[in-house]
Design a protein around this ligand. Structure first.
Ligand SMILES: [Zn+2]
Length: 127
């Protein structure tokens, strides 16, 4: 159901049946839904989720680290010791749900790879 796409993606659930898992590992996409057999290989989120992780984590963490460094006049080693794990953990925590959301949205819209379509409706494969 389209209204629940984001929720299905966050949970890593198939957008068609809402039961099967989108993932076969922590970040690896499954080839198909084990419940409804929907093919997941036709879509690929690529680097999109990582870009969103960079934007989201960077938007919140970099200012916090800067304030920490400047306001407390903390030594660089302490800043690195605290903020590198924060960056790593937040990136790992955000990546799986964002990968799920992007794949669920692509699957529900049957987005596929870009192709050129001729005027007669035939599809010309440029690969
Ligand atoms: Zn399914």
């Amino acid at each position: 159901m389209p209204g629940f796409l984001v929720l299905d993606g966050i949970k890593g659930r198939c957008p068609d049946c809402g039961s099967g898992s989108l993932f076969s590992g922590f970040l690896k996409y499954a080839t198909h839904c084990e419940v409804c057999s929907k093919d997941f290989q036709s879509e690929d989120a690529g680097d999109g989720p990582a870009v969103f992780v960079i934007f989201i984590a960077g938007f919140f963490i970099v200012p916090l680290a800067l304030v920490f460094q400047l306001a407390l006049d903390a030594p660089v080693w302490l800043t690195l010791l605290i903020w590198i794990p924060v960056i790593l953990i937040s990136s790992i925590v955000l990546l799986r749900p964002l990968r799920g959301i992007m794949l669920a949205m692509q699957l529900s819209r049957d987005s596929g790879e870009a192709r050129l379509e001729d005027k007669d409706g035939s599809i010309e494969d440029k690969s």
